[in-house]
Design a binder for this molecule. Structure first.
Ligand code: C5P
Ligand code: MG
Length: 200
């Protein structure tokens, strides 16, 4: 199996690139942000809790997102692997992902980290806020807070994967196509799967 963790700060392009990578390598795309927004749209109890935290730029508790991922991994399906977008967000989530994948006799293949500087992230998110309908993209203060939360709680995950030899930084500036090509090349180099199992 190929299991990719697509990592990076808010606005790095994870969602856009995850969709393209999922298509290229025939992977199931799991975005915890999308799953949480779905809960919000459905007005579930979990959605109500998530909305409060997301609007403030805070993280949803580990056990909530971990159990969302757990239930998706349990679902029987034939796939060559998964692409995790926006998860893990904390070291505890990264450890839980390892435990869950081990249960399924699998593991994280590589963590691809999109690098984008802070002014560009703020620019992109404010621009996205004009059309995304996402409350957390509207105000510069919320966006800055999300980036602070990333630096404090999420960025330490880099060490976690680096110590396992799985950390692969990718330049996140450039055209969508250029970045996508760089990600694809990285997966092909790091993946233990033969090229014949890949889509293109
Ligand atoms: O990944 P994405 O940027 O779409 O996530 C949007 C928001 O959802 C985050 O800012 C955070 O509030 C919440 N989230 C979370 N834990 C995750 C994924 C998303 O708290 N693992
Ligand atoms: Mg996203």
């Amino acid at each position: 199996m190929i299991n990719l963790v697509l990592f990076g700060p808010p606005g790095a392009g994870k969602g856009t690139q995850a969709i393209l990578l999922a298509k290229t390598f025939n992977l199931v795309h799991l975005s915890t942000g999308d799953l949480l927004r779905h809960e919000i749209a459905e007005k579930t109890d979990l959605g109500r809790l998530a909305a409060e935290l997301i609007d403030k730029g805070e993280l949803v508790p580990d056990e909530v997102v971990i159990s969302m991922i757990e239930s998706r991994l349990k679902k029987p399906r034939s796939t060559v692997g998964f692409i995790f977008d926006g998860f893990p967000r904390t070291v505890a989530q990264a450890q839980a992902l390892d435990r869950l994948l081990t249960k399924h006799h699998s593991k994280v293949s590589v963590m691809l980290c999109l690098a984008v500087d802070k002014p560009e992230l703020i620019n992109r998110l404010l621009k996205r806020g004009l059309t995304s309908g996402r409350c957390d993209d509207l105000e510069a203060a919320t966006i800055e807070h999300r980036i602070d939360v990333y630096n404090e709680k999420t960025a330490p995950i880099i060490n976690y994967y680096e110590s396992q030899g799985k950390y692969y930084p990718i330049q996140g500036l450039g055209s969508i196509e250029e970045i996508s090509e760089n990600l694809k090349q990285a997966v092909m180099r790091m993946s233990s799967k033969p090229i014949s199992t890949l889509n293109q």
